[in-house]
Design a protein around this ligand. Sequence first.
Ligand code: ADP
Length: 399
Amino acid sequence: MKILVINCGSSSLKYQLIEMNTEEVMCQGLVERIGLADSVLTHKNPIGKKYVVNGKFTNHKEAINIVLETLLDKKYGVIQDINEIYAVGHRVVHGGEKYSNSVLIDDEVLCHLEECIKLAPIHNPPNITGIKACKELMPNTPMIAVFDTAFHQTMPQEAYIYPIEYSLYEKYGIRKYGFHGTSHKYVSQKLGEVLNRDIKDMKIISCHLGNGASICAIKDGKSIDTSMGFTPLAGIAMGTRCGNIDPSISTFLIEECGYTPEEASDSLNKKSGVLGISGVSSDFRDLEKSALEGNRRAKLALDIFYYRIRGQIAAYAAHMGGVDAIIFTAGIGENSSITRKSCLEGMDFLGIKIDDKWNDVRGEIVEISTEDSQVKVFVIPTNEELMIANETLEVLNNI
Ligand code: ADP
């Protein structure tokens, strides 16, 4: 049984075709520069052979069309008939308060997704365009929406209500939603499998550290708090995003520094975080190298990054009344042993101890805590595509 996973960005589209019986990725690819004259599809089949199609894909429908043609291609494709695709799982960034689970997409769901555009004006429109394009091209194939926000719908009110005028929540839905839910859910479930334990009686802190980064407190298998907020700008410092700052800074930028609202938003989303502090890069490989070579601001950027993660972990341990396990995942979490070590430095007071030998690992499931550490610390590579495919299947099995 094959499931196609689609992740549509504003000018890009990522896809994977997964054989669910074996969880094998049959092929994967990326269409970039959709809408521009020099669009390109890069497709990889199971043995990693690359196939590139250059062209002009004016919109997401044309992009999906070329993806389907490629899947069916005699030489590079992996299926003979489009009906071999059992269902399509779509990553959707924002499901608002309406969706705490993945859902079969019908006209009513599409209407709700359009209502959520105001909450995610950059992300939801391409997600919806992708769904509509797929529906047109594959009218008989079930489509499932898997939301980044859904996993966090279990947060209690004290975690998601902001201390601002309550009417703003009631009227505009201004509250914490949280993101990266698919990843936090995947790695916490994987931890349960690895430990052969039911996570329903565990306290877990999941650190998804990529370009975008968020931390999630998972108690009894449910998200009870997470660091991203109303938008993915909140929380810990990130590659280019500021994370939590005094909200007056945005009005100060506009009123005193002469920024337009767009420039202020651009500054906090794209020119802040470790890039903004260091002036070097948002990429941790560059930053770690620069800091080692003595660049003071690169070191400061990294120190701020670690400091905020440490504080968030401690806060979540307090909210859960302890912590049994910490997970590191995503680009930085899976690859940077320096980050993992530095974030957890001095946290033996919480029973957290890292083994340097085990911590010297990259991109595989490994327990990196010492034998006498009360808290188990794991590196667990995330797999959002597989999680989306699993959720897609689950929705269909429960209909
Ligand atoms: P996203 O999906 O949010 O774009 P990823 O999860 O792919 O991000 O993470 C990308 C980041 O991972 C890069 O910007 C880089 O900082 C970091 N990264 C990747 N490999 C390494 C490495 N070997 N050492 C340190 N950081 C790494």
